[in-house]
Design a protein around this ligand. Structure first.
Ligand code: SF4
Length: 355
C-alpha cells in the first residue's frame, strides 16, 4: 500500500531520470542483482503474456545460501543482459505490467529510501547518470524537503550513538557543511571533518604516496569486478611519481572545477551512507579512514583516467565503477584495515590527502 511522506533529499533527486538504452553500463547488465523471496515468488506468479513468462522463467535463479532478503539472483543472458531487458533498454515487466510489479531493488535503483530515524532519500553514485549529475555540476548540493509517494520498505533498526544521543542527522549535516566550505581546499576540509570526529592527524610532509596508492588499487581490483579493468589500465598509466605529476596537471587543466565535482560526489556519499553512522557500525575513526581512502581513490582514478582516455565518458565510467565497490560492498568495513595493513596511521594519513 503506497504512502506519502516528507523526505530530506539532495536537490538533484527530483530531477533524476534513468538513461535506459543510452546507458553505457546499465545496472541491468552484468550486475549480480539479488531479489527477495517475496519478489521472486511474486514474479513466478505474475499473470502475463507468453513472451514475458518465458523471460521471467529464465530470468532468476535461487541462491545457494538463500535468505528472505537475498533469495534469488537475476540470471544474465550470454551478453550479460537481464532476460527482462528489452532492446530499447526498458524492462519488459515495467513496460507491460507497470512499475509496482518490479522487484523492489529494480523499482528503486539507484534511489535509496531510508525511513529509520529521519525520512531521507538519495541516489547511489554507482549509477552513470547520477555521477554525471554530481561530478559535472559546479554548484554545491543542497538538501531539500519534499513529499514523495512510496511503497513502505522492510527496514532495519535505528541505532542511537552515545556521541550524538539522537541528533545524528544534525551532526551529519554539520559534517556535510564542513566538506562544502569552499573557502578551503577540499583535502583541508576533510582534515577539519576529522577533527570534528575527534581524529587528530599529524602534519606530514612526506612525498605523495603513489606507491601506496598503486598497492591499494591493485588490492581493490582483486575485490571488485566492476573496478578491475579500469584499475589495471590506470595503473599502467601511473607508473611513477613523475608520470603522476604530468597526468595530474592534465586532469586539473581538463577539469578546473574538479574540487566542486569531487566535493559533490563525496557529499552525496556522506548523505547516502549516513556517514559516520554507516550500516556497518564502524567507529568514527574507521569511518574517517574510509573517507580519506575514498577521496584519495577518486583523485588517483580521475588522474589516471585522463591518461587512458580523454573525454568525460571514460571518467564517468571509472567513477561509477568505483562507487559500485564503495556503495554496494562493505567498503567502510575493510578500508581502515587495508590502510593499516599498508602502514597508514594517524602519523601519515594526511599524505594520502595530498594525492
Ligand atoms: S545505471 Fe542508472 S542510468 Fe544506467 S540503466 Fe541503471 S538506473 Fe538507468
Amino acid at each position: 500500500m503506497k504512502r506519502n511522506d516528507s523526505f530530506l533529499m539532495p536537490d538533484y533527486y527530483i530531477h533524476f531520470m534513468c538513461k535506459m538504452g543510452e546507458c553505457r553500463h546499465a545496472c541491468c547488465e552484468g550486475w549480480p542483482v539479488s531479489i527477495s523471496r517475496d519478489d521472486y515468488f511474486r514474479l513466478l506468479g505474475l499473470e502475463c503474456d507468453a513472451d514475458l513468462r518465458r523471460r521471467i522463467d529464465c530470468g532468476a535463479h535461487i541462491l545457494d545460501h538463500a535468505t528472505p532478503e537475498r533469495y534469488a539472483q537475476i540470471t544474465h543472458k550470454y551478453d550479460g543482459q537481464c532476460h527482462m531487458r528489452m532492446e530499447d533498454g526498458r524492462c519488459a515487466i515495467q513496460a507491460t505490467l507497470g512499475e509496482d510489479l518490479l522487484p523492489e531493488v529494480c523499482r528503486l535503483y539507484p534511489r535509496a529510501l531510508r525511513t529509520t530515524g529521519h525520512n531521507e532519500c538519495s541516489c547511489t553514485a554507482s549509477c552513470e547518470r547520477v555521477i554525471e549529475m554530481l561530478f559535472f555540476r559546479k554548484e554545491p548540493l543542497s538538501l531539500i524537503e519534499r513529499e514523495i509517494e512510496y511503497t513502505p520498505l522492510r527496514n532495519g533498526t535505528n541505532t542511537v550513538f552515545d556521541e550524538t544521543s539522537g541528533n545524528e542527522q544534525e551532526f551529519r549535516l554539520q559534517l556535510i557543511k564542513i566538506i562544502q566550505d569552499r573557502s578551503l581546499p577540499l583535502n583541508r576540509r576533510i582534515i577539519n571533518l576529522g577533527k570534528e570526529l575527534k581524529v587528530e592527524t599529524k602534519a606530514d610532509n612526506s612525498e605523495c604516496p603513489i606507491d601506496t596508492m598503486r598497492q591499494i588499487v591493485s588490492i581493490l581490483d582483486e575485490k571488485s569486478v566492476s573496478l578491475c579493468d579500469y584499475g589495471v589500465s590506470i595503473l599502467d598509466q601511473i607508473t611513477s611519481i613523475d608520470k603522476y605529476q604530468v597526468l595530474k596537471a592534465v586532469f586539473e587543466s581538463c577539469y578546473p572545477d574538479w574540487q566542486s565535482g569531487i566535493e559533490n560526489v563525496i557529499v552525496n556519499h556522506l548523505f547516502y551512507s549516513r556517514f559516520p553512522f554507516g550500516d556497518e557500525g564502524m567507529s568514527f575513526k574507521d569511518e574517517f579512514y574510509a573517507l580519506c581512502l575514498i577521496y584519495a581513490l577518486i583523485r588517483f582514478l580521475c588522474i589516471g583516467a585522463v591518461g587512458v582516455s580523454d573525454g568525460d565518458e571514460y571518467l564517468t565510467d571509472v567513477l561509477a565503477a568505483a562507487f559500485r565497490m564503495i556503495e554496494h560492498m562493505p567498503f567502510h568495513k575493510y578500508a581502515s584495515a587495508l590502510m593499516h595493513g599498508l602502514g597508514i596511521t594517524d602519523d601519515n594519513l594526511i599524505s594520502l590527502l595530498s594525492i
